[in-house]
Ligand binder design. Sequence first.
Ligand SMILES: [Zn+2]
Length: 420
Amino acid sequence: MTVSKIYNSFNFVFLALALITTTQCSLPNNTFVKPIIAEDSTNTDNKKITLQEKKIFFDQNTAIYLSNNFDGARLNDVKKLNDSTLQLRIQPENTPINNSAYFAFKIWSKKPTTAYLEFNYPKDYSHRYIPKIKSENEIWQNIDSNLIFKKDTIITIKVIINEKPQIIAAQEIITSTQTKIWYNALIQQHKAKITYKTIGNSVLGKPIPMLDIHTGNENEKDIVVLLARQHPPEITGFMAFQSFLQNVLESNQITADFFTKYRVLVFPIVNPDGVDLGHWRHNANGIDLNRDWSFYKQPEINAITKAIVQVANKSKGKVVIGIDFHSTQEDLYYTSHSTENSTIPHFYDEWFKAIDDTFPNYKPNEIREDSNQPVSKAWFLGMYGATAITYEIGDETPRDFVREKGKVAAIEMMKILNKR
Ligand SMILES: [Zn+2]
């Protein structure tokens, strides 16, 4: 039996066995819980995606230029509707897909002008995000609500255009290159604590990074895993993750105590291809990576699960917490119902209460159910009995609050774990 065949299996136990055969590591003292996976779970065999044609669109009449020629862009076509209105065709990488109707393009003109831009999506998909705008070296801002027009389900925005290119996007753009600059700065700043490792490559050959954070002896420590950007446009989840991680790296008594017992494995960009291709949700094989956490058919998930198991086996550590940062329409938490035999049964209640107590009148929904999909949360529970959370932030939650809550979430997590 080849390793790749083993990885095509549903069974988590096979993952551990494969690693024994390839690394000679011993199994951790875990009770393996079989994942609950629905029989109709999405097949994660490769699917075809349609790439955007990278180009500059030019409208003779209005002398307006639009470009998708940069990382994170998404603009499939431009059609002139009348003298002042351009229709922007926005398509996902493949279908079926969640309605994460992401767009991003540059716009400029030789002489100052005003234009109406109408968003056009394929049938069954509709506008989701408040458009954001920025010029070079400026900060992102929401497009003024007075400049957004809604007719039935069609959204049109009014934009004042000049020769200085502006980027208009569904969410703030953070490419794989920008992500790398950010985590490299963190590594420089915390050299003593962080070890960097490229643990594999994406479908298109981009590195899948892991930051291994610990102080002193790395062995026999309980492990906390943080994941970000399985789904490319979910930028508010990524901002929460950035703030969370930065606060885990602060030097203070809480973090000093925390790192005497714990080690943190961080995967800051699970889907770099999707991020740079301006995908709505999938990787370059057209697959939702958060449905592959028991198939391991996609190189990104294969590499990450292997890396986690290898670190845990080699150090005789146990994964106790897994937090996967995402975005959706509102702030909420997906948690697991089966907490009785999990590593920290009261973690959810204590953690959410501590966060809620910090922010009066703030109580996001918690959806506590055992996932029947092969998502990361089910993998952490099935593989390690770990307490796992899909930490969802609303698409339009104010960014200052996202960061402040990310900070509180990190501190309160460490305080609970330090009491164990
Ligand atoms: Zn997501």
